[in-house]
Structure formats: C-alpha cells, structure tokens
Design a protein around this ligand. Structure first.
Ligand code: 2AM
Ligand code: CA
Length: 263
C-alpha cells in the first residue's frame, strides 16, 4: 500500500473537516445526550463522521470506517483496511468552550496501526505518525520521549477518578496525585494522548475509553516510545471499550504497580 499517498489523503480530509467544524459555530448546534448527562453528541459530530465516510468510500469503497457515531456499516473485526475515527473528541469542550477538541483518526490494516492523526481543530495543530517512519507535530519531527522520574512527572487524569468510584481504588490514585509534580485534565482523551506523545504530559490515565478515543494516538505513541496499554498492562482489541494508560516508558510500569488497583 502507498502510505505516503494515504497520508496526504488523510491530511487533506482532516484539514477540510476542521474547516467545516470551525464554520459550524456560525449556525445552531443540536445537542443531545447519549449514555448519560455528560456524554454529548451534536449534529456536527454526526455530519463530520458522514463527511469522513463519504471521502473514504470515494477513495476506496472497500475501506471500512469504525466511527464513534456509528454512521457507517457495522464493524466487528479489523480485517482489511479499517479507519477508526472520532469526528469530535471532547464534545463537551466543543459545545461549551468552542476549543480543546480534537479529531482522532487511525488507519489499521488487518488490525495493525499504520497511520495515526490527532488534529486540534481550533489551533490547526496536527500530531501524526506513519508507522515505522516516525511522528510529527505539524512540520517538526517528534523526539523519542526522554527519561522522567515520577516526582517530576505531570500527568493527565480526570478528577472523578480521584473520588470514590466503582472502577478503581481512588485512595491509591490520591497517592499518585501527591507523588507527581502536577496534574492536568483537558476533557479530550485524544488531546491528552497528543500531549503525552509530544512530552507535554508524562502520563494520561482513564478508566473508560473507546477505540476511536485511542486509535490514532496509539499509533503515534509507538513512534516516540510512549507505552499505551489497558490498566492490566495489556494491548487493546480496538473493538471494545477498555481502561487506558499512556505514559513515558520510564514511569508506565511503576504507575501500574504502585498506584493502580482496579476494583
Ligand atoms: P468524546 O468527547 O468523544 O465523547 C472526556 O473525559 C473524554 O472521555 C473525551 O475524550 C470523551 O470523548 C471520552 N468519553 C466521554 N464519554 C465516554 C464514554 N461513555 N465512553 C468512552 N469515552 C468517553
Ligand atoms: Ca466523539
């Protein structure tokens, strides 16, 4: 496969999707809730996913699309070429802040990640990777992650996991919050992953992420030496939701061993 050509195709598609989303602020958003009051979707999420499906199917009708909004065919395996897409990651930020939301795209061939993109729509900032060739932030190559110790780490975590919750021992996470230099919470998993692969964060942890939240980011992670696993230290099937950690390789195992205790 010609990944250079696919990379150019993917970037054109992302930049145009970004333009459309930015223009959408001039008309009304239709906002609905999905699984709960803080799980939002808008007409723009759906329209953007449809735009990707139309573009990709025009490029090659055999390609399949696994998108958050389920606007394409049902995808229950990763045979052949599958694009895993979140048209807007951080929908609450999109709705409330008009910034801090990303488009996340991963191209998988027979289940192996080949091209990964995280696009910050309002800043027009692109983090991306071509498997085996490297990763970039716009035109600048991303470096391999440099060693970091836990005391100097800045980690991304949502405050709700540090309160009593059914998924994880929050007391241990409090110890982690005390051990590190600082914590951040941006409200877009793809943005936090983009920050880890570019060294702006040293780890990001979530109890509940879907394939489209992490598909593109895990491909970029491999190129810079960031380690992405579920909280058991395992790789993902990219078809179901899972727990998630991406971290600098020097602290990934330490965080799992010392600070993570799932219920
Ligand atoms: P979204 O905006 O695409 O829904 C917010 O903390 C992060 O978690 C966002 O990346 C958000 O993605 C994701 N998220 C929110 N609700 C989710 C759910 N029910 N399952 C998986 N990821 C979710
Ligand atoms: Ca989304």
């Amino acid at each position: 496969m010609d990944f250079k050509r696919l990379d150019e195709f993917a970037k054109d598609m992302l930049f145009e999707a970004g333009r459309r989303i930015r223009e959408s602020f001039s008309y009304d958003l239709e906002i609905e809730t999905k699984s709960g009051a803080n799980d939002l979707v808008t007409n723009i999420d759906r329209e953007t996913e449809l735009f990707f499906i139309e573009r990709i199917k025009t490029f090659d009708p055999s390609y399949r699309i696994l998108g958050e909004e389920g606007m394409g065919e049902k995808v229950d395996n990763l045979d052949g070429v599958v694009w895993i897409i979140d048209p807007i990651d951080g929908t609450m930020n999109f709705v409330k802040q008009h910034r801090h939301f990303m488009i996340s795209v991963g191209l998988f061939v027979d289940g192996v990640g080949k091209l990964g993109y995280i696009f910050d729509v309002m800043r027009e900032d692109l983090f991306y990777a071509i498997a085996g060739e490297g990763a970039w932030y716009n035109d600048s190559p991303l470096r391999k992650l440099q060693p970091v110790v836990i005391e100097e780490a800045v980690i991304g975590i949502n405050a709700s996991w540090v309160t009593p919750n059914p998924k994880i021992n929050h007391e241990k996470l409090i110890e982690l919050v005390r051990a590190v230099r600082g914590t951040r919470s941006y409200g877009s998993a793809a943005m936090e992953i983009a920050f880890v692969v570019s060294g702006k964060l040293d780890a990001y942890i979530s109890m509940r992420l879907a394939p489209w939240d992490i598909g593109g980011g895990t491909i970029i992670a491999k190129e810079v030496g960031a380690i992405a696993t579920n909280l058991h230290g395992e790789w993902f099937d990219f078809l179901s939701n899972d727990t998630f950690i991406i971290a600098n390789p020097h602290i990934h195992q330490l965080i799992l061993d010392k600070y993570i205790e799932e219920k």
